[in-house]
Ligand binder design. Structure first.
Ligand code: AP5
Ligand code: MG
Length: 217
C-alpha cells in the first residue's frame, strides 16, 4: 500500500500517469481538478464558487480545497492507498495535509515531481482533448484511434475550458508563484523524488514505477 502525491506544472502529465498508476497499484486516484470540474458540471454551490477562478486559470481558495481534501481522505476507500493529483498546490494546503494525515493516522510515503519544460507544457495543453468518461488524449502526442472520438466509450472529445492561451499563461504563473515552493517543502521533509516528464508516456510511467517499487520494498 502506498500514499503518494504527484506534483508537476499544468500539463506535466499528472492525470495521464495517475490513471495508469492507480490501475497498476490498485490505489485510488484523487484529482482535485476532476472533483472541482464535476461540481462545475453539476452546478453545485461549490462549482459556482470555483468556476470563475478555474476559467481564468487561478487557484481556487485554500479553505475550499482543504475542506474538499479532508472530506475525501476521511472516507474508508482511501485505506488501501491513494494518489493525490493536483493537491497540494500551495504551502498552506501542504501544511493542512500534514495535519489531516496525522489526524487520520495516515502516512505520506512519497512525493513525485514530474518535470517538463514550459514550451512543452503549452504544446501539451493546446492539443489536449478530453472525454466525459474521464479519458484524455492529445491530438499529436496521444491521439485517439478515430479523430475526435473516445477510444474507451466512443464519446465526443472536447477541449477543457481552461486550456485557452490566456488561462494557460495564468496557470503557469500560479504554478511558479504558489506551487513550485512545494518542491523545497517536500525536499526538506526527505519525501521528494524527481522524474523527467519528457519522453514517451510509457517511459515516464516506467521511471515512476521504479520510484514507487523502491518505497514498497
Ligand atoms: P487541474 O485539473 O489539476 O489542472 P492542472 O494542474 O492545470 O493540470 P492539468 O490537468 O492541466 O495537467 P496534467 O498534469 O494532469 O496533464 P495531463 O496528464 O492531462 O486543475 C485545474 C484547475 O482547478 C486549477 O487551475 C485550479 O483553478 C483548480 N484547482 C485544482 N486543484 C486545486 C488546488 N489544490 N488548489 C487550488 N485550485 C485547484 O496531460 C496534458 C496533455 O499532455 C494531455 O493531452 C496528454 O495526453 C499529454 N501528455 C501527457 N504525457 C505526455 C507525454 N509524456 N508526452 C506528450 N504528451 C503527453
Ligand atoms: Mg490533470
Amino acid at each position: 500500500m502506498v500514499n503518494l502525491v504527484l506534483l508537476g506544472a499544468p500539463g506535466a502529465g499528472k492525470g495521464t500517469q495517475a490513471k495508469m498508476l492507480a490501475g497498476k497499484y490498485g490505489i485510488l486516484h484523487i484529482s482535485t481538478g476532476d472533483i472541482l470540474r464535476e461540481n462545475v458540471g453539476n452546478n453545485t454551490e461549490l462549482g459556482k464558487k470555483a468556476k470563475g477562478y478555474m476559467d481564468k486559470g487561478e487557484l481556487v481558495p485554500d479553505s475550499v480545497l482543504i475542506d474538499i481534501i479532508r472530506d475525501r481522505l476521511s472516507r474508508p476507500d482511501t485505506d488501501n492507498g491513494f494518489l493525490l493529483d493536483g493537491y497540494p498546490r500551495t504551502i498552506p494546503q501542504a501544511e493542512a495535509l500534514d495535519n489531516i494525515f496525522s489526524q487520520l493516522g495516515k502516512i505520506l510515503d512519497v512525493v513525485i515531481d514530474i518535470e517538463v519544460p514550459d514550451e512543452e507544457l503549452v504544446a501539451r495543453l493546446a492539443g489536449r482533448r478530453m472525454c466525459k468518461c474521464g479519458a484524455s488524449y492529445h491530438v499529436t502526442f496521444n491521439p485517439p484511434k478515430e479523430d475526435g472520438i473516445c477510444d474507451v466509450c466512443s464519446g465526443e472529445l472536447y477541449q477543457r475550458d481552461d486550456d485557452t492561451e490566456s488561462s494557460v499563461k495564468t496557470r503557469l504563473v500560479a504554478y511558479y508563484n504558489q506551487t513550485h515552493p512545494l518542491i523545497d517543502y517536500y525536499t526538506n521533509k526527505g519525501l521528494l523524488r524527481t522524474v523527467s516528464g519528457t519522453g514517451g508516456i510509457e517511459d515516464i510511467f516506467g521511471e515512476i514505477t521504479v520510484v514507487i517499487d523502491k518505497i514498497l520494498e
